[in-house]
Design a protein. Sequence first.
Length: 255
Amino acid sequence: MLIDIHSHFDMLETSHEETIRLAQEAGVSRMITIGTEPPDFPIVLGIAEKYFPVVACTLGIHPHHGAVWTEEVGDFLNKHLPLPHVVAVGEIGLDYYYNQSPVDEQKLAFRRQLEISVQHKMPVQIHTRDAEADTVEILKDFKGQVTGVIHCFTGSAWLARQCLDLGLNISFSGIVTFKNAADLQATCKMVPLDRLHVETDSPFLTPVPLRGRKNTPAFVTHTADFVAKLHGISREELDRQTNENARQVFPKLKW
C-alpha cells in the first residue's frame, strides 16, 4: 500500500468519499491534504478530522500567500498543530517563479513557520521554485532542528544534495515521469531510497500515461511505478520503503 504525501483535497472535482474509494482501490491507503492559506484551513481541518487516519492534513502559508502572514495566523497554527490529524507544517517555502508575494514577505513567512515547526517538533512540507540559494540559506539556520520533505521536487541536483545534507527528504510528483524531465530523473536516481517519497500534488501534475486528466491520489501509483524502475527495484520494495519513510517523517500518521 502507498501513501500520497501531498494532495489538495479541497481542489479535487470528485467527492472526498469517491476520491478515497478510488485511491484505496488503487492501493493507496493513506493521503495527506495540504493547507496553503487561512481560507482553506477550516476546509482541510474538517476533511482530516472526518477521515483520519486515512486522510491527514497540514497547515501552513504557501509562498504565494506570504503577504497574508500575520502573528494572528501564527497563533492559529500554534493552536491547531497539536490536533492529532494535523501531521506537518506546510506548505511553506519560497517561489520566485510567480512572485505572487514580495520576496521579503515570503522569507518572513517561511522563517516564522520554520520556527513554529521547531517549537512544536513537527515536520515541514516545503515548496521551492527558482529560489534555491535563498531556500538553502534559510534552512541552514535550522539545521538539526527541522525535519520534513521538499515536496514536488523540481530543482537541481545541487539543491537535492544540500537538502539531504540538511536532513530533509525529497518527494517526487508526476513531473518525474514527463518525457522532458531527464535531469530530474537523474536527480531522483541519486536520492537514497530511505530519503525518498512520492506524491501527486493533485489535482495538478498528472503523471504519464494519464496526462490530460485531472490528477487524483489514486494516480500516485503511476509515479511510484516510474520511480521504482528508475531505481531498479520492484514496486513492492518502493512501497515498503516509502511507507517506512513516511512513518519516520510524519510520526503522527496512524497505520
